[in-house]
Design a protein around this ligand. Structure first.
Ligand SMILES: [Zn+2]
Length: 195
């Protein structure tokens, strides 16, 4: 029997803009949310030929809890393993600020070139309650910072809101092409509902 899985919510759903609460006990409810997050990521991917679900945050399924899941191997679509990080915290960020493409399951079709630090130190709990400290580099840093932002109600588009040349979308061949900022981004009520 297939278990019910909450759908991925998209902008302008206000739940994406809430600050999520800390997980105080890793109980069955938390484990069930994690399971749903992994399933939702993989289900989404099946419908998006050119894209990979690198990670997901609990508020994207409407659960405002501080939980993220990150793909074990982001270069290998056939590896379906995810690692759950509970109450992840950025201890510090280091290195140069890099600009690279980001997309989000909750911001359909739009991509952005977002500035993020190259490296970070993160602490979090695993599902068995163990506390871990991670040193991240490269795309993993970007991914984890993007997901932790979700726990604070922040989306990647917020970082580039006024950057006219930072927004992209996928064309039908799977290539990223610039979007018309004035027409599609600037006053888009789905992206900025509170204006
Ligand atoms: Zn996202």
């Amino acid at each position: 029997m297939k278990k019910q899985c909450a759908p991925v919510i998209v902008t302008p759903d206000p739940r994406l803009r809430q600050v999520s609460t800390k997980v105080t006990e890793i109980d069955d409810e938390v484990k069930d949310i994690i399971e749903q997050m992994i399933r939702a990521s993989l289900d989404w991917e099946k419908e998006h030929e050119f894209e990979l679900s690198a990670a997901l945050a609990a508020p994207q399924l409407g659960f405002n809890r501080r939980i993220i899941v990150v793909r074990e191997d982001m270069n290998e679509k056939s590896n379906n393993n995810f690692i759950a990080l509970i109450n992840p915290v950025v201890i510090k960020t280091e290195g140069r600020i890099l600009r690279d493409y980001e997309g989000c399951l909750s911001v359909p079709t739009i991509y952005g070139k977002v500035p993020r630090p190259a490296k970070a130190r993160i602490k979090a709990q695993l599902t068995d309650g163990t506390e871990v400290k991670l040193k991240t580099e490269g795309f993993l840093t970007r991914t984890i910072l993007h997901e932790i932002d979700h726990l604070d109600g922040i989306l990647f588009i917020d970082h580039i809101r006024d950057k006219k040349d930072a927004f992209y979308k996928l064309d039908n061949k799977g290539d990223l092409v610039p979007v018309d900022y004035e027409k599609e981004i600037k006053n888009n009520k789905n992206l900025w509902p509170d204006d």
